[in-house]
Design a protein around this ligand. Sequence first.
Ligand SMILES: Cc1ncc(COP(=O)(O)O)c(C=O)c1O
Length: 383
Amino acid sequence: MINPSRRLDHLTTSVFSEMAERKREKINQGNDMIDLSIGSPDQPPPLIVRKHFSNEVLQDHSYQYAINSTQAFNEAVVYFYRERYDVEIEPRDVLQLMGSQDGLAHIALAYLDEGDVIIVPDPGYPIYSACAHIAGAELYYVSLTEENQFMPDLEAIPAEIRDRAKLMITNYPGNPTAALATKSYLEKLVQFGINHNILILHDFAYSELIFDNKKPLSIFSVPNARKTAIEFNSLSKSFNMAGARIGYVIGEPNFLKPLAVLKSHLDYGVFLPVQHAAVEALTGDFTFLEEHCQTYQQRRNVFINELKEIGWSVRQPDGGMFVWAKVPSHHTSMSFSLAALEAGVVVTPGNAFGNAGEGYVRIALVQDEEKLREAAQRLREIL
Ligand SMILES: Cc1ncc(COP(=O)(O)O)c(C=O)c1O
């Protein structure tokens, strides 16, 4: 027996493995399950993007190593940020990623040595803490609660942590919290980064799923953000291109360089037809994005109303793909998720996203309205 590295000990949470195992059993037994556990879009990218992709796939020259992004891709991101978020960047401020996961998974390795500190949200998307474990870094968790509107009190972070931290991850619209940040919070965050010499990593993967006519807030809409922040984004959720594995991080080239150096040893870039398809998406007709956002907003409305109808009042998501729902008080996150599984609905226990997620479940709006209504009705019996 050759033991794997100890760093793997931290990489699978028992909550996720237990749920995956139980779900498999249920499916193998032939049960009809409504799976609302994973944030994988159920719809395709725009047809024009797929047509462009299929055309590129047929070209002889498409199969070389890409190594880096094409200039057209970087320019497309510049255009997209100008049109959608009113933010001016230059092509050299863009580093292409194989999905934002690629960047988030490797950023700690690029910046942190053993014992260095990274501040992450609790609850938070799992790679935020996993990247620190991979790098052997020390984690400091800030709690996101309904009471603080899911924006942590930066003043409450101990002075010792503020001094030692090199990175801080933040994510709006939030997964799993479905919350948005206010402009004044982002301003405080930028000032916090500047004051304490911390690189702020804003995960903006759900930037196009923002409801009720609110405006998406890139961290670069805050003056001086370039001095302390970089922003991760992706085509996965905005254009339903999750399986195509393409995303990017933007910011001062000096901040991007360590990640670029690391990545030059890890991969040889994104398949060129995927890059071309991404350019088509980022510079294409944005009515797709409006309709896409409407679809999720409508799903949210239908699902939340249906939950209300069965007697379960949950916080209305402001954006993103998830409902972050407080479970009835006689349940824990896990007991509710197991009961939901028995009722034919797969959700994710909140404690899979950190200790502060206990008492919640995350429900992904990745099925059509009819299925969501049906899921709510199935949950009626376990409330
Ligand atoms: C908050 C958040 N960030 C990043 C990602 C990674 O997405 P991708 O690598 O497909 O861009 C996800 C995926 O679910 C996510 O929920």
